[in-house]
Design a protein around this ligand. Structure first.
Ligand SMILES: [Zn+2]
Length: 127
């Protein structure tokens, strides 16, 4: 499914907010299933690998085995997620493309690669 762009506002403290464009990936059922299966496989693989770590082999494998299905469900129900945001950072005033991830929400945070500040991203348009 093609990505879509939505207008967003980037803000940081007392700096004047700037307009930007966020790219959002809408996942199809097959893509969501693939992403969920990869997350599950990763958790269970790490559980297997952590068996050889002395001390932690009592804690990590059970936690990762339990986390696997939770990750599967979480990634499967995520219908859309942020990919990147293009715009001017309110602090460094430079046009940047900031990589990001996470479930699509009306408000989230993104880190500027230049100044390292955590910017507040607010979606302006309704889906
Ligand atoms: Zn910045």
């Amino acid at each position: 499914m093609p990505d879509r762009s939505v207008p967003v506002r980037l803000s940081l403290g007392s700096e004047p907010p700037t307009q930007a464009t966020a790219v959002i990936a809408d996942w199809t059922v097959l893509e969501r299933l693939r992403r969920a299966a990869i997350g599950l496989a990763l958790c269970w693989s790490l559980a297997g690998v952590s068996l050889i770590i002395p001390g932690l082999h009592f804690v990590l494998p059970p936690l990762l085995l339990l986390a696997g299905p939770a990750v599967f469900v979480w990634r499967f129900v995520t219908r859309a997620s942020f990919k990147e945001v293009k715009g001017v950072c309110p602090r460094c005033k430079v046009e940047r493309t900031l990589g990001m991830s996470g479930k699509e929400t009306d408000e989230t945070n993104v880190f500027c690669d230049g100044c390292g500040n955590q910017l507040t991203l607010r979606v302006l348009a309704v889906k």
